[in-house]
Design a protein around this ligand. Structure first.
Ligand SMILES: C[S@@+](CC[C@H](N)C(=O)[O-])C[C@H]1O[C@@H](n2cnc3c(N)ncnc32)[C@H](O)[C@@H]1O
Length: 185
């Protein structure tokens, strides 16, 4: 993990793309970082939104251990949760709802398209009304069309689903959970 962190500087620059897309209320938004590793994206979010509280989720004990040190300056604004995305109990472990869910280069690791689709459904269910999902990931499990279809199937508001290839190796997905009005319409 320490070597991976050293080699990670270049990749981390792309994390700003995720933060730039976040559009949440300024007064104490709650957020979840899925597969957050040692906390680079979580840290950017905590810095950008000084009233935010973030749950960093990951399944790797060494990553969580590194995150505890890296995010220590943020104290109780950050909670660390270890859970495997392949196990449906991860939803209970992170304990939503959240105003936003972010993720970077993590969800494709589960490999199976059906599992990615199910995780998007889980994430939609973890969001509060109108909550936002911003996900930067590799197009290794599904390309633009698959990703878009999974977001629609997951229950995100179709009018908000946006999938964009930002370079050869990365897709940016942005979507919102239905708001109260569209849930009851
Ligand atoms: C490339 S790292 C990205 C970390 C972080 N999002 C970032 O951008 O700095 C991928 C992360 O996904 C986590 N991960 C992979 N498979 C997972 C799973 N099934 N459940 C939870 N986390 C997983 C790994 O432990 C790792 O921390």
């Amino acid at each position: 993990v320490r070597e991976w962190i050293r080699a990670d500087e270049q990749r981390a620059r792309n994390l700003h793309v995720v933060v730039a897309r976040l559009d949440v209320r300024a007064d104490g938004p709650t957020m979840l970082d899925v597969g957050g590793g040692y906390g680079r994206l979580t840290r950017l979010v905590l810095e950008r939104f000084p009233a935010a509280r973030v749950v960093l989720h990951d399944f790797s004990p060494p990553m969580i251990e590194q995150a505890a040190g890296y995010l220590a300056p943020f104290g109780s604004r950050c909670r660390l949760v270890r859970a495997d995305l392949r196990d449906r109990d991860w939803v209970r472990a992170v304990d939503g709802p959240f105003d936003a869910v972010v993720s970077a280069i993590a969800i494709h690791n589960v490999r199976a398209p059906a599992t990615v689709a199910r995780i998007y459904k889980d994430i939609c269910g973890l969001l509060s009304d109108g909550g936002q999902f911003v996900n930067l990931d590799r197009p290794e499990v599904g390309g633009e069309a698959d990703q878009e279809a999974w977001l629609f199937d997951a229950g995100f508001d179709p009018a908000t689903v946006h999938v964009e290839r930002i370079n050869e190796a990365q897709l940016l997905l942005v979507a919102r959970a239905p708001d109260e009005h569209s849930r009851t319409a």
